[in-house]
Design a protein. Structure first.
Length: 438
């Protein structure tokens, strides 16, 4: 069944099926514009979107509009140019992770270790360390790609030391609330939108007490009202309080915010643990849990002017995560959660890597990204040249000279004091290719 209809408050929808029983006829509808599926509505509240008259299920179904042809996939040159733009900025894209991963054996092994533990309910940590430009962000992007393939959700935040910081634990919750990606095709649905499917039913899972109480308290009608559900989304991202929900929606829910400063590290770790558990519910689409990527940790650690109480919050957060990781599953230690960070050694004093090791112990694996060999750097350069030629459709032109440019860049990289730095090497190679093909 596929009958177009319109709800006076929620907008256009599509009737999928009729539910049996009841004095009022109820139907199951989808709201494509809102990204909501299988919502229950009363038939007498719906009208025909064309005439505004009541809908009768006895009349023949309205013939669905002819679907528009799907746009062609992005041409290869466009993808290649976007990848090159990211490389010039020192960033990674899905295409660059797939095509430009060289010498990643240690990273791959560590990622498998962390994901394997998380899938069995063990809270785990990965720390990628290397000097500037040696591939830390690329390693995080590689982990993201692997995690999505393993049916895990992935949330990414950049620790800028101001808006999002380990010294302000609850800022991680705010930063991640709308930044979690899922491995299925519903790319427009994040964590809040997927939780809406459990409104009024809760979460029958291990480690989801707060979210379960919240969802049980929500009337499913709130999902259909954009204003009401927006308030709930604000609550999940800490922009609204439990008092706001009680005043505006008349529902009583447990507070997400910690009442006292000293309680914030434990509350942050608990919320992330619950989010990881919620991701495993069938409707959510990430049965193996959640991976949280924290990039630029060295920026966070290097920020000057920290107060002692701020640094104590950071240490408290690591200890709160450690307490979950150490606890048996029956005592709250179950967490399908992997947290990965990237940091430059010596970002601050004392060395943050030593703090991570001391506080997280065996739950942490540190991966020091090694320098690429000459052969690996040459392979990376060849892939960049092919990418450049594909981006600007220059295949077959000046092939010999492009090979010479690559060798020049390799020789220059081999003479550098800091060693073969992939980021600097790629930027130099792209600059020379720009001159060659200008």
């Amino acid at each position: 069944m596929e009958i177009p209809a319109r709800h006076p408050r929620s907008g256009d929808c599509i009737i999928r099926e009729v539910l049996p029983g009841g004095l009022r006829v109820k139907v199951v509808v989808d709201y494509p514009a809102l990204g909501l599926r299988r919502q229950t509505e009363c038939l007498d509240e719906l009208v025909d979107p064309q005439t505004g008259r009541p809908i009768s299920l006895k009349v023949p179904e309205t013939k669905p509009a002819t679907p528009l042809p799907k746009p062609d996939a992005r041409p290869s040159w466009q993808q290649a140019r976007q990848t090159l733009l990211a490389l010039r900025l020192g960033q990674s894209t899905a295409e660059s992770v797939s095509d430009l991963s060289v010498g990643m054996e240690d990273v791959e092994s560590a990622c498998r270790w962390g994901m394997g533990r998380a899938m069995t309910g063990q809270l785990s940590f990965l720390l990628f360390e290397s000097p500037y430009g040696m591939g830390k962000s690329h390693a995080l992007a590689h982990l993201k790609q692997l995690a999505l393939k393993q049916t895990m959700a992935v949330g990414t935040v950049t620790l800028d030391g101001t808006g999002v910081s380990l010294c302000e634990p609850m800022s991680l919750v705010t930063g991640l609330a709308h930044a979690i990606e899922f491995p299925d095709d519903r790319k427009d649905e994040g964590l809040p939108q997927r939780l809406a499917q459990r409104a009024g039913r809760g979460l029958s899972i291990t480690g989801g007490v707060i979210l379960h109480e919240l969802l049980m308290a929500i009337d499913p009608d709130c999902v259909d009202n954009p204003d009401k559900w927006e308030l709930i989304e604000d609550f999940l991202s800490l922009d609204a309080t439990a008092t706001d929900l009680k005043r505006e929606l008349g529902i009583k829910v447990p507070s997400l915010k910690a009442r006292f400063r000293e309680d914030r590290p434990a509350r942050c770790s608990t919320i992330l643990q619950e989010w990881a558990s919620a991701c495993t519910v069938s409707e959510m689409g990430a049965r193996n849990g959640l991976v949280v990527l924290l990039d630029e940790a060295d920026v966070d650690y290097a920020r000057r002017g920290r107060l002692q109480k701020d640094m104590e919050q950071r240490t408290g957060l690591l200890r709160a995560f450690r307490s979950i990781a150490d606890a048996p599953a029956g005592d709250g230690g179950f967490a399908r959660l992997l947290i990965a960070m990237a940091i430059t050694p010596g970002a601050s004093h004392p060395d943050p890597i030593e703090e991570f090791k001391a506080e997280l112990a065996d739950h942490l694996k540190v991966v020091r990204l090694r320098e690429l060999s000459a052969a690996e750097l040459r392979e990376l350069g060849k892939q960049v040249v092919q990418l450049y030629q594909r981006a600007y459709e220059a295949t077959g032109k000046k092939e010999d000279r492009a090979a010479e440019v690559l060798e020049e860049c390799l020789q220059f990289a081999g003479r550098q004091v800091e060693g073969r730095n992939p980021r600097k090497f790629i930027r130099l190679l792209l600059e020379k290719l720009d001159l060659l093909y200008a």
